[in-house]
Design a protein around this ligand. Structure first.
Ligand code: UDP
Ligand code: MG
Length: 309
């Protein structure tokens, strides 16, 4: 008998916990027929509402329900990592509790594993019900990532992914502090089947991601999976040197022909402002990478456990 662990990160989701349980268990016959046991691991990411109590109620009815409660809110990335470290199954799937990752897709995903894939990933092909500005920025992010990172990061990819034990172990071998799962999944490789589905709106409650939080998260992603921004300073430096050289030649020639070496300090001010702006910008990029390196070398734990059953 093999086992499938379903990892569900939850942050203030008391209403969704039982809803998710019910929808997931609608698929249990499919897995029972194949001799696969289901195991449900809710990872409470420091919720301040009744999430833990809701999981405890489920546990009283069903021994297959487990809880891993973190000592505070560490963020979804940390919660997923915590779940992966504690999952005992031969297969593991990560899903959102708000039913935006439809559990009805699980049987199809599992069938692809049986076909010999190591991992079945999902992406949503529409962004229906999402603010247009957010969709626009998301598209821009994925287009940029394609250009500046060698790791494949799919547009619209969800963290909803079914994996074999081998792939889970590969992911756990990357204990980096700045986690960007979409990149990590791509980086470890393995044979991955992509399934597509239409966007589903969240069951209860509100998204935990504000536009600003998502924007910062995308910068994390860039810093974690590309070093191209670090080259920007060199590229700009060469560009400005070339421009400066051409201008020097222009001024010398003009002086020789017309005898007017200096005129126009406004243009000078503009040039100084622009080049110093570029320099600050590049120093800022350096600072970003330095900050990430700083957090990484401290080797702090990614999460801390408060309670588990
Ligand atoms: N989540 C979490 N910790 C956080 C924020 C979110 O574990 O700090 C969980 C949340 O409970 C949900 C999943 O991550 O199961 C996705 O969150 P959300 O639905 O808010 O994001 P969206 O679907 O809008 O991207
Ligand atoms: Mg959601």
């Amino acid at each position: 008998m093999s086992c499938l662990t379903v990892i569900v990160p939850c942050y203030n989701e008391e209403e969704n916990v039982p809803l998710f349980y019910r929808e997931l268990m609608e698929n249990q016959d499919f897995f029972a027929e194949r001799g696969v046991e289901l195991e449900l691991l809710y990872v409470d990411d420091g919720s301040g509402d009744g999430t833990v109590a809701a999981v405890r109620r489920l546990r009283e009815e069903d021994g297959r329900v487990h809880l891993l409660s973190l000592s505070r809110n560490f963020g979804k990335e940390a919660a997923m990592y915590a779940g992966l470290e504690h999952a005992g199954g031969d297969y593991v799937v990560v899903m959102d509790v708000d039913l935006q990752d439809p559990p009805s897709l699980l049987p199809e995903m599992f069938s692809w594993l049986e076909e010999g894939y190591d991992s079945v990933a999902t992406r949503r092909v529409s962004r229906k019900g999402e603010p247009p500005v957010r969709s626009l920025f998301a598209r821009m992010f994925y287009r940029l990532m394609k250009k500046i990172s060698r790791t494949e990061i799919m547009d619209g990819a969800r963290d909803y992914r079914l994996m074999t034990r081998q792939m889970v172990d590969a992911i756990l071998s990357m204990p980096e502090y700045n986690r960007f799962s979409k990149g990590i999944f791509g980086w470890v490789g393995f044979r991955t089947k992509w399934l597509e589905f239409e966007n589903v709106e969240r069951a209860k409650g509100e998204s935990k991601w504000s536009f600003w939080k998502l924007f910062l998260y995308s910068l994390d992603g860039i810093a974690a999976f590309s070093t191209v921004p670090l080259m920007l300073a060199s590229v700009m430096g060469v560009f400005f040197c070339v421009v400066a050289f051409l201008m020097i030649v222009f001024i010398i020639v003009r002086k020789l022909l017309f005898g007017d070496p200096v005129s126009g300090w406004p243009s000078l001010v503009c040039i100084i402002l622009m080049t110093s702006g570029v320099q600050f910008f590049c120093t800022g990029i350096l600072g970003q990478y330095l900050a990430k390196t700083y957090m990484e070398v401290k080797r702090r734990p990614i999460y801390l456990v408060r309670e588990k059953f």
